[in-house]
Every structure is written in C-alpha cells, then in structure tokens.
Design a protein around this ligand. Sequence first.
Ligand code: NAI
Length: 331
Amino acid sequence: MKVAFFSSKTYDRESFEKHNTFSGIELTFFEAPLNPDTAGLSQGFQAVCVFVNDRLDAPVLETLAGNGVGLIALRCAGFNNVDLAKAAELGIRVMRVPAYSPEAIAEHALALILTLNRKTHKAFNRIREGNFSLEGLTGFNLYGKTVGVIGTGKTGFAFARIMLGMGCQVVAYDKYPSEKLKEMGVHYTDFNALLKTSDIISLHCPLTPETHHLFDTRAFRKMKLGAMLINTSRGAVIDTRDAIEALKSHKLGYLAIDVYEQEEKLFFRDLSESILQDDTIARLMTFPNVLITAHQGFFTHEALGQIASVTLNNIHDFSRGLSSENEVRLG
Ligand code: NAI
C-alpha cells in the first residue's frame, strides 16, 4: 500500500516512521502541500495522507481519482478542507483522527489566556534586556471570572474542566449539552447570553456553514466590553476584519488565535526572510493585546504519537477493505 504524504515536516516523518509497524504500508514524504499544482504527485499511490491546509476540492479530487487514489487519510480531526460530496461521487474514502489528546488543545487555550493576561511573553523579553519594570504588565485574576465555551465536544470538555479547576464560572453553548459537564457545574445557555456574560470566550466548535464568521461585528457588539476571545478551533469562525475593528474600538479587550482564516498561505512555514503579503494578519500583529500562534494547539509528543498510530490504523483498515468508525461520511 503506497501512501503519498503531503505537507510533511520533520516531526511528522519521525512520528510516522516510529509508529509504522505495518510492513504493508510504504510512506513517501512530500514537503509540498496538496493542491491543484501538486495533485499529480499522487500518481502510483493508493492513498494520500494530508493535514489541515491541504486542499481537497473537486479538481484535486478528480486528479487523485484519475491516479487511482482510493483513500484520503486526514491526520487531523477537522475535515472542512475536503469536498465530501465530490469524494463520495468519485468513490474515494475519507478517514480522520477524531480525537487525539484533546487536552493538548485545551491546555494550549489556557496557555494563550495566561500569556495574554499576565503578559509573560513581554516580561521574558524585558528581563533579557535588563528591564525589570512592571509598568504595563498588570493582569487580572482568573479566579471567579466567567468563561464561555462555544462547543463542548472533546476539546471544549477538556477546556471547561480546566477552567472549573481555576475557580471560574463556566458557561457553555452547544446544541448537544454534555450531562457530565452539567454535573461538574457548567451552566448551558444560549449564544447571546454567553456573549453578554463572559469575561473570556473560547471557541471549540468545528467550522461549518453555521459557524462561519460566527464572531462578526454583531457578535462583538454583544460581548462584554474588554472581553477576551480565544480561538483554537478554525480561523474562519472569526471574521478577522471585524475583529480588527472591535480591537480598534476597544470593544474586544484581548484576542488570541491559534488558527487564522488565511493560514494556509502562512502557517507551518518559516517566512522570516519574506515580505508578508497578508495585510490583515500584519495589522493583527501590531496590536499589543493580540497573541498569535501558528496552529500549534495539537503539538505535543502525546498528540503526535496518537495521530500517527490512528492514521496508520486507518490506512491499514482501508488496505484490508475493512469499515472504520473513523470514516467521514456526508451528512
Ligand atoms: P468535537 O466534534 O468533539 O466537538 C465539537 C462540538 O462543537 C460538538 O459538541 C458540537 O455539537 C459543537 N458544535 C457544532 N456546531 C456548533 C455551533 N454552531 N455552536 C456551538 N457548538 C457547536 O470536536 P473537537 O475535537 O472538540 O474539536 C473542535 C474543533 O477544533 C475541530 O473541528 C477542529 O476544527 C479544531 N481543532 C483544532 C486543533 C488545533 O491544533 N488548534 C486541533 C484539533 C481540533
């Protein structure tokens, strides 16, 4: 079973080679992302292994199908980058890694909150330059604050549990409330009430037509003045241009994003010697109360190991014609 592995990085190769105990699975690592220009590389492969910013739209899927690719093995949970209807039409199966250490993402959301709030990134730089002043570093206690969680699936659950442990009041919005979280003290409410009452809001919902630009000017207007917004889900859940306006007007007090609407042109690459072409992220980078990380929520040893072993099992199931609970189907 030959697998073309797109968007590969050193850490992918290390974890996949370590966990590939299947003699029948042969991985070929391409650094290039999968898109219409690179889809031709799939010639001679039965499966492609892809990540969050690889593009699996209709033209790419047609090339894959023409080259005999029968499986898209997503090494991530989200599948918003795959045209599922087209894949089904072409008979290409799609599998994913539904859960890999949700605690990794939840803990990263906490890291973003603490960094933005207590400004440890600024203190680190100051101290290195011999500046021991505390001016401008004032933060706030998390204890007793109201934290709103949008989406209480795996990562939202882990995040809510952490915030309860910090002594916060946790409110949540999800069409499918978790009984366990309710027992733990989380209060479910509607979207508008969550916006109105939360000091901090953390996003843990998938990107769907319903959640696309869920946080736009209308939502920012309903939020508490100076509230903090954390996004570790998918970039387009926030309308970035509206977020910039909300920051400029001081309505939004803090913003931390691990995901960005146009991240496929930026993230996972060293662009430090390039001229940044994205004026929106360039503007965001100028705010003292904005923190950006480049989609590293998942990036722990534990999560990388789980991603590799589940993805390889998915490929193995496909090669043996087995059904899989990790298969992504339409609807
Ligand atoms: P999940 O599927 O376990 O939970 C998602 C929850 O969101 C579900 O409870 C669902 O009912 C809820 N939901 C769906 N639509 C909603 C809406 N309109 N409003 C409120 N809630 C809604 O997914 P999981 O594992 O918690 O991941 C969430 C998202 O986080 C993924 O879809 C993915 O896009 C992103 N993610 C980001 C990572 C990172 O490295 N930053 C890593 C892993 C996932």
